[in-house]
Design a protein around this ligand. Structure first.
Ligand code: GRF
Length: 203
């Protein structure tokens, strides 16, 4: 399965996908990594791994639709079958979401539907929950919503601050994202309304 990974920053989830794809038995490969920021560490990670990259600076476009069209064209050029958002910090237009419907996934550092949006780890601490984690889900128009593919759970510890909890969740993310890609590539994920069915069990 050919992946297109959209990034804006550090790229640790991209790195987890790169590492997973190194295993010849992993049923996916990264065809292109696209960043809206030239200085993203994620771009350096992709280059180090010998993966094709594209920097598409959003400020160079008159509208979100024009920016999304450029991203779409690059994904199609690379014959991408599944788009993976991995710390991509731009909102996507309805048209782009529709064009990649059920073929675009995102990872979010909370157990959705709790704590959508920015600073979900701080939101979890502020809410006093004892468990948090991450969610890989299909992308819909509403931010951080859509059929859930994989979730992983971590404890929230009494002396956690945002950064400690974020680190613990990130470790879980690095296992969850490759797992979600593998389940999809193996044809084990079916979208049914607002849910997915995963054959043969999730983990
Ligand atoms: C991750 O926590 C991801 O869940 C969120 O943004 C962060 C990206 O980190 N969407 P990285 O760039 O993958 O290191």
């Amino acid at each position: 399965l050919k992946l297109g990974v959209l990034v804006s920053g550090r790229g640790s989830n991209l790195q987890a996908l790169i590492d997973a794809c190194r295993d010849p038995a992993f049923p996916a490969e990264i065809a292109v990594v696209i960043s809206n920021r030239a200085d993203a560490q994620a771009i350096a990670r992709a280059e180090a791994a010998g993966i094709a990259t594209a920097v598409i600076p959003h400020r160079q476009f008159a509208s979100r639709a024009d920016f999304d069209a450029a991203v779409d064209a690059r994904l199609r050029q690379a014959e991408v079958a599944l788009v993976c958002l991995a710390g991509f910090m731009r909102l996507l237009t309805t048209g782009f979401v529709a064009a990649w419907f059920d073929r675009m996934i995102n990872i979010h550092p909370s157990l959705l539907p709790s704590f959508k949006g920015l600073h979900p780890q701080q939101q979890a601490i502020d809410a006093g929950v004892r468990l948090s984690g991450c969610t890989v889900h299909y992308v819909r128009d509403e931010m951080d919503a859509g059929p859930i593919i994989v979730q992983a759970m971590v404890p929230v510890l009494p002396d956690d601050d945002e950064s400690r909890l974020a680190d613990r969740i990130l470790t879980a993310e690095h296992a969850a994202y490759p797992l979600a890609v593998r389940l999809i590539a193996d044809g084990r994920v079916t979208v049914s309304g607002e849910r997915t069915l995963v054959s043969g069990g999730g983990w």
